[in-house]
Design a binder for this molecule. Structure first.
Ligand code: GMT
Length: 380
C-alpha cells in the first residue's frame, strides 16, 4: 500500500506513535509518506520505503497567524496526486481531520477519492477537542473520516460521551518496539546518578498541567523521606519551572535531576526502579508503556486509559488523580522489598509484551484493507 501519514513532529506521544507506525509499515514493505511541518523526532535515519514531505507555510505580513491548515491541505493534495497514495492516516484530530476532509474534497473535484483514517490520541478529545472553539469541527471531521481509531477503550468511550459520533471507533492500542525499548546494562550511568545505590525513580512528559508534574515531586518527597532515592525528570514544558521551584522549597535539589528533552529515553529507563505518572488523565500513557518494556513498574493515576496499561497490584499501582499520599505509599511498598520489586518488574515486562509493535501492526494493516474495501466514491 502507499500510505500518507500526517502527524505532529514533536516529542508528544501522538507524533511518536505515528512515526513508529510508519516506520513499522515501511519495514513490512509498504510505501510511507510523512507529511508535516518538520522532520518528526523519531524519523532520525534513512530507511527504505520512507518519504518525508515538508509543509511550506509561507509567512506574509498580512497574516497574524500563518494559515498552516491551508498549506497542509495543499501539500496533502500534491502528495496524493503525485505519489499516487492509496489512503491518508491522520494522527490527532485537530486540525488534521478537518484538513484531510478539505484535501479529500479538492481531490474529489479532480475525480479522485481519498480514504481518510483519523486516529484520536487523547487531548484532541479530552482537553482541546471539547473546547467550544473547536468542538463542531472536531465532531464533523471525525464523522466524515472513512475510518476512526482510538488508542484506548477509555478514549473511545469518552469520545462517544462528548460528541455525537455516527462512525464505529476501532480501538488500536499504543504499541512498543522491543528492538529499542528493552532493559540494557547501563551500570555506569547508574553509578553517576545513584553513587550510593539509591533507588532511581523517573518521570517523562511534556510538563503540561494535565501531567500533574507537581505531584511527581510531592510523591518523591515522601518516598525520599523513607528510602534513599533519586528522581529523574525527563522532558520539558510549561510546568517545569514550577516543579523546579518546588524542589528548591522542599530542599530536594540534590536528589532531583531535570534532564530536559532526551532522545535515548530507553538508556535512562534502563537504570530506573520505578516510573511515576500521576496525570489528571491519560488516554493511554505511552511513556508508562516505554518504562514497562524496560522492566520498570509504574505508580500512576487511574485517569483515562491508564488502568488498561498499568494493572493495579501487578505491574504497579493506580490511585485517583491527586492522591499523592496513596501513590507515595505504593511507591514505598514497591521500593522497600527487592523480591516484590523483582516480581513487579517481570509483570511489567509481560504486560508490555501484549503491546509489542509486531502484534499491533497487522491490526492496522487489516483495518486499512477494511477501510479501502468499503470506501465508495460518493460526491457529497
Ligand atoms: O501526553 C501528551 O501530552 C502528548 C499527547 C499527544 O497527543 O501527543 O499524548 C497523547 O497521545 C499518546 C499517544 O497515543 C498517549 O499515549 C497519551 O496518553 C496521550 N496523552 C494524554 O491523553 C494526556
Amino acid at each position: 500500500m502507499k500510505i500518507g501519514i500526517v502527524c505532529y513532529p514533536t516529542y508528544g506521544g501522538s507524533g511518536v506513535i505515528a512515526t513508529e507506525l510508519g516506520l513499522g509499515l515501511a519495514r513490512r514493505g509498504h510505501e510511507v509518506h510523512f507529511i508535516t511541518y518538520r522532520r518528526p523526532v523519531r524519523l532520525a535515519h534513512f530507511q527504505a520505503n520512507v518519504f518525508y514531505h515538508e509543509v511550506d507555510n509561507e509567512d506574509y505580513p498580512l497574516f497574524e497567524y500563518p494559515p498552516y491548515d491551508t498549506a497542509l491541505a495543499s501539500k496533502i493534495v500534491d502528495v496524493v496526486q503525485y505519489q499516487n497514495l492509496d489512503l491518508l492516516h491522520v494522527h490527532y484530530a485537530i486540525p488534521h481531520a478537518a484538513v484531510a476532509y478539505m484535501a479529500k474534497k479538492i481531490l474529489l473535484a479532480h475525480g479522485r477519492y481519498l480514504p481518510v483514517i483519523t486516529t484520536l490520541h487523547g487531548t484532541d478529545i479530552t482537553l482541546v477537542g471539547n473546547n467550544r472553539a473547536f468542538a463542531p469541527v472536531v465532531e464533523f471531521s471525525i464523522n466524515k473520516s472513512d475510518g476512526v481509531t482510538s488508542v484506548s477503550e477509555s478514549l473511545k468511550q469518552e469520545t462517544l460521551r462528548q460528541f455525537d459520533i455516527q462512525r464505529d471507533i476501532k480501538v488500536l492500542h499504543n504499541f512498543i518496539d522491543f528492538q529499542r525499548f528493552k532493559k540494557v546494562n547501563k551500570e555506569h550511568f547508574k553509578k553517576i546518578i545513584a553513587p550510593d545505590g539509591e533507588r532511581i525513580l523517573a518521570h517523562t512528559s511534556n510538563f503540561r498541567k494535565v501531567k500533574r508534574v507537581e505531584d511527581v515531586i510531592l510523591i518523591f518527597n515522601k518516598v525520599q523521606a523513607k528510602i534513599p532515592s533519586k528522581l529523574l525528570m525527563i522532558g520539558d514544558g510549561p510546568e517545569r519551572q514550577h516543579a523546579e521551584q518546588l524542589c528548591r522549597e522542599l530542599d530536594l535539589c540534590n536528589d532531583v535531576r531535570f534532564l530536559g528533552k532526551q532522545d535515548a529515553i530507553e538508556e535512562l529507563l534502563a537504570i530506573c526502579d520505578l516510573f511515576l505518572m500521576p496525570s489528571e488523565s491519560e488516554s493511554f500513557g505511552l511513556a508508562a508503556l516505554e518504562a514497562m518494556a524496560c522492566e520498570v513498574p509504574v505508580v500512576s493515576s487511574n485517569g483515562g486509559g491508564l488502568p488498561e496499561v498499568n494493572i493495579h497490584g501487578e505491574t504497579g499501582f493506580v490511585s485517583d488523580p491527586g492522591n499523592v499520599e496513596e501513590m507515595a505509599h505504593y511507591a514505598i511498598q514497591l521500593l522497600s522489598d527487592d523480591e516484590v520489586l523483582a516480581r513487579f518488574r517481570a509483570n511489567a515486562l509481560a504486560q508490555a509484551k501484549r503491546f509489542d509493535i509486531e502484534n499491533i501492526l497487522p491490526h492496522y494493516e487489516n483495518y486499512y484493507e477494511e477501510v479501502l474495501e468499503r470506501s465508495v466514491v460518493k460526491i457529497e
